[in-house]
Design a protein around this ligand. Structure first.
Ligand code: NAD
Length: 368
C-alpha cells in the first residue's frame, strides 16, 4: 500500500474544526487499507503568529516542500487585525503559494441534487452541475509592474496596474486545463478578452497552439470572458473545464461558486509545476471559505468544503481517483439522506453539527 506525506495546516477559526473531520476520513482510508498517510501538522496564520510572531515558520515551509500535499484550513480573524502587515495571517498562505510555485488554482462547482434548491437559479439550470474553473494564480494584473498611484503635474492622480503574461505562463496553465479535461468530459473553454486586450490575443494564440500540438483529442472553445460570466448564470452545464487568467478567474470562479449554494461546500486545489523526474506536483488543498470567526468554536461549521478538498488531494496528488469518487459519493449520499449543517439547512430543518456531519460521511463510507 502506498504511503503519502500529508501536511495539515488547520490555521484559525473554524480551520481546526473542519480539519478534525478530515482526519477522521484520512484514518478511515488508512484502516480500510486503501492508502496510508504519514500525517504531520503545523501552525499557520494567526495561530503561528501567536506562537512565534510570524504567519508561518521556515520549518513549516520545509515540511510543506517535503509533503506530497498540504491541506490548509483557513486563516485570519479580528484578533489579528493589528499585527504588522508582513506577519498578517494571510501572509502565511501567500508565502505557501509563492514558494511552492502554485500557479494553477482549480475550483470545482458541483451542485448536489439534494441542494439544488439552495441555489439562486432554477433547479433545472443547476441540478447535477459539475464544472471546474482553472485560474492562473501567480501572474497577470495582480502582480504586473508598474503597479502604482502617481501624482500628475496637473495635480490629478493616476492609478496603474499592469496586465502581463508570457507565453510560458499561458502554456503551463493551458496544459493543466487540458490534462484535467481528459479526466473529465474532455472539453476546455478558454476565456479571455482578445477583442480589447493584447494579453487576450496572446492567450488565445497560445492556448490554440498547445491544443493543436499536444491535445487535439480534447474539445476546445474560445469564449469572451464577459460572455462566459453571462453563460455561467444562463446555462452553466454547457461547460466542463474553464481556463482563464488571474483576474477573470477570480471573478468567474466566484460566480460559479454561488451557483451551488453555500461557501461551506466549496473545495479548491492549487497546483505547482510537474517535477520532470517524479511526475509529482507541489499541491495545496483548501476550502474556499475563510475562518468564519462568527461561528468558530460553536461546532456549527460545515466540514464538506474541507472534506471535498481532501477528495481533490486523493485525485490530483495521490492518484487515487476511485477513492476520491467514493468520498464524493459519500458526501452526496449523506446530503441525499437529509443531513444538513446550519448553513445549508432550510427553514424548519434540524441541523447537525460539524462532528456529526463528519461522522455521517465516515458511516456512509463504511457502507460502501
Ligand atoms: P468567511 O468565509 O470566513 O465567512 C463568510 C460567511 O460564511 C460567514 O457568515 C461564515 O459563518 C460563513 N461560513 C464560511 N465557511 C463556513 C462553513 N464551513 N460552514 C458554515 N458557514 C460558513 O469570510 P469572511 O467572514 O469574509 O472572513 C473571515 C476571516 O477569514 C477574515 O479574517 C478573512 O480575512 C479570512 N479569510 C481567510 C481565507 C483563507 O484562509 N483562505 C479566505 C477568506 C477569508
Amino acid at each position: 500500500m502506498a504511503t503519502f506525506k500529508l501536511l495539515l495546516l488547520p490555521g484559525d477559526g473554524i480551520g481546526p474544526e473542519v480539519t478534525r473531520e478530515v482526519e477522521k476520513i484520512v484514518s478511515w482510508f488508512g484502516k480500510r487499507g486503501i492508502a496510508s498517510f504519514e500525517t504531520e501538522r503545523d501552525l499557520v496564520g494567526g495561530a503561528a503568529y501567536d506562537a512565534g510572531k510570524v504567519a508561518i515558520t521556515d520549518d513549516a515551509m520545509k515540511r510543506a516542500q517535503a509533503a506530497d500535499a498540504v491541506l490548509f484550513g483557513a486563516v485570519g480573524g479580528p484578533k489579528w487585525a493589528d499585527v504588522p502587515y508582513e506577519h498578517r495571517p494571510e501572509a502565511g498562505l501567500l508565502r505557501l503559494r509563492k514558494e511552492l510555485g502554485l500557479f494553477a488554482n482549480l475550483r470545482p462547482a458541483i451542485c448536489y441534487p439534494a441542494l439544488a434548491e439552495a441555489s439562486s437559479l432554477k433547479r433545472e439550470v443547476v441540478e447535477g452541475l459539475d464544472i471546474v474553473i482553472v485560474r492562473e494564480l501567480t501572474g497577470g494584473v495582480y502582480f504586473g509592474e508598474p503597479k502604482e498611484i502617481v501624482t500628475l503635474e496637473n495635480g490629478q492622480k493616476r492609478g496603474v496596474d499592469t496586465q502581463l503574461y508570457t507565453s510560458g505562463e499561458i502554456e503551463r496553465i493551458a496544459r493543466v486545463a487540458f490534462e484535467l479535461a481528459r479526466q473529465r468530459r474532455n472539453k476546455v473553454s478558454s476565456a479571455e478578452k482578445n477583442n480589447v486586450m493584447k494579453t487576450g490575443v496572446l492567450w488565445k494564440q497560445v492556448v490554440t497552439k498547445v491544443h493543436r500540438d499536444e491535445y487535439p483529442d480534447v474539445e476546445l472553445e474560445h469564449v469572451l470572458a464577459d460572455n462566459c460570466a453571462m453563460q455561467l448564470v444562463r446555462l452553466p452545464k454547457q461547460y466542463d473545464v474553464i481556463v482563464c487568467d488571474n483576474l477573470f478567474g477570480d471573478i468567474l470562479s466566484d460566480v460559479a461558486a454561488m451557483l451551488t449554494g453555500s461557501l461551506g461546500m466549496l473545495p479548491s486545489a492549487s497546483l505547482g509545476a510537474e517535477d520532470r523526474e517524479s511526475g509529482k506536483r507541489k499541491a495545496l488543498y483548501e476550502p474556499v471559505h475563510g475562518s468564519a470567526p462568527d461561528i468558530a468554536g460553536k461546532g456549527l461549521a460545515n466540514p464538506i468544503a474541507m472534506i471535498g478538498s481532501f477528495a481533490m488531494a486523493l485525485r490530483y496528488s495521490f492518484g487515487l481517483g476511485e477513492a476520491a469518487d467514493m468520498l464524493e459519493r459519500a458526501i452526496s449520499d449523506v446530503l441525499a439522506s437529509g443531513a444538513r449543517t446550519k448553513d445549508i439547512a432550510g427553514p424548519g430543518t434540524n441541523a447537525v453539527g460539524t462532528g456529526e456531519m463528519g461522522d455521517a460521511i465516515v458511516k456512509e463510507l463504511e457502507r460502501m
